[in-house]
Design a protein around this ligand. Structure first.
Ligand SMILES: [Zn+2]
Length: 348
């Protein structure tokens, strides 16, 4: 049987290969990997390795190798589905409802459309930022000391002050109304449900990009006099859960960092990168979760909080420090003097 992709990802996250393999053989670190005696045959010298960042194992003598699922298949002599069940039990996860393959394929096809739609929308917003219509947003970035190359690195954009500019662009690019609503890019009219409006208007746009480089969602900061909250964010969709993602984690890919700097908002992250502090990330406005800590653990050993000194920031930070420590990363805290936020501090 096939399992839903998001459920399988969660299963892999909750069954770290090092902790699973350690129940079968003793591992010790050497040269960026962990080594141990192969559990699949007798040997005197360790030829079995685990690579924690790739979450795979490999034996140089018997050539066994693969993910944590392949490891359990071989170690417990189980088929694929039973190995998955074994790991679900180990992690205390319920098995997903059995879904037939046709439904799964349909869901995957829709997810792929939503990834593509978000990517297209990000390119649209970026083009608008560079056009005449984007001048107010470019002016805002200039005032905040953000230059063009930083704007490109973060894929920043501007959603025009228009009811349905994105909707028109996306439908002419072949996306359906349902897809755009599912992606959180457009919404139905409140009074007249047959009408369609863009979700973001007149906002500086921050694409939220996964570690693997996919555009998942957006945050938008109001630019003009405009109406509504200072920041708006895509809600949860089929491809996005803010509790599982970290802003700017895509820029950490392929790097081995001692430390990530955790700040509160999109602009804090971007300002720090602009000044050369290129290991800054943000938690997307939620209380930090264990999934987010695991995600950060793939790139760094420590997470250092640099939240501003107001009491809400301090409270969120204290909770976060606790969750980081429980996730076996090392938490740290930077105390910023004078009640400045980190962005003001680096520019002062
Ligand atoms: Zn072996």
């Amino acid at each position: 049987m096939a399992f839903p992709e998001t459920w399988l990802n969660e299963l892999m996250n909750r069954n770290d290969i090092v902790s699973v393999v350690s129940e079968y053989t003793r591992l010790s670190p050497k040269g960026g990997r962990l080594w141990g005696l192969c559990p699949f045959h007798p040997e005197r010298d360790a030829s079995f390795t685990v690579s924690p960042d790739k979450q795979v194992f490999h034996c140089f003598s018997c050539k066994a190798g693969g993910s944590v699922i392949q490891f359990i298949m071989q170690a417990e002599s189980l088929g694929y589905a039973d190995a998955v069940r074994f790991l679900a039990q180990r992690a205390g996860m319920d098995m997903p409802n059995e879904i037939n393959d046709a439904k799964l394929r349909e869901e995957k096809a829709l997810r792929d459309r939503l990834y593509a739609a978000n990517r297209e929308a990000a390119m649209f917003y970026h083009q608008v930022l560079l056009s005449d219509a984007g001048l107010p947003a470019r002016q805002y970035l200039l005032n905040r000391g953000i230059d063009g190359s930083t704007a490109v690195r973060f894929g920043l954009g501007y959603s025009p002050n228009d009811w349905d500019a994105l909707f028109k662009h996306m439908t002419s690019a072949g996306y359906t109304r349902d897809e755009l609503i599912s992606a959180g890019l457009c919404v139905k009219g409140r009074k007249d449900e047959t009408k369609t409006f863009d979700f973001f208007h007149d906002r500086l746009m921050f694409p939220v990009i996964s570690a693997s480089g996919r555009v998942l969602a957006f945050g938008g900061r109001i630019i003009g006099k405009g109406e509504g909250a200072k920041y708006m964010n895509t809600g949860d969709t089929l491809i996005y859960n803010k509790r599982h993602n970290i802003y700017a984690i895509n820029l950490m890919k392929g790097r081995k960092l001692d430390e990530l700097i955790m700040v509160e908002g999109y602009m804090d992250v971007i300002s720090l990168h602009q000044t050369g502090i290129d290991n800054a990330v943000a938690s997307l406005g939620t209380a930090l979760t264990s999934q987010q800590v695991r995600l950060m653990g793939r790139f760094a050993k420590r997470v250092c909080y640099a939240y501003d000194g107001d009491s809400a920031g301090q409270k969120a930070m204290l909770r976060g420090v606790d969750i980081i420590a429980r996730g076996e990363l090392e938490p740290r805290v930077i105390v910023i003097p004078g009640g400045l936020d980190p962005d003001e501090f680096v520019r002062a």
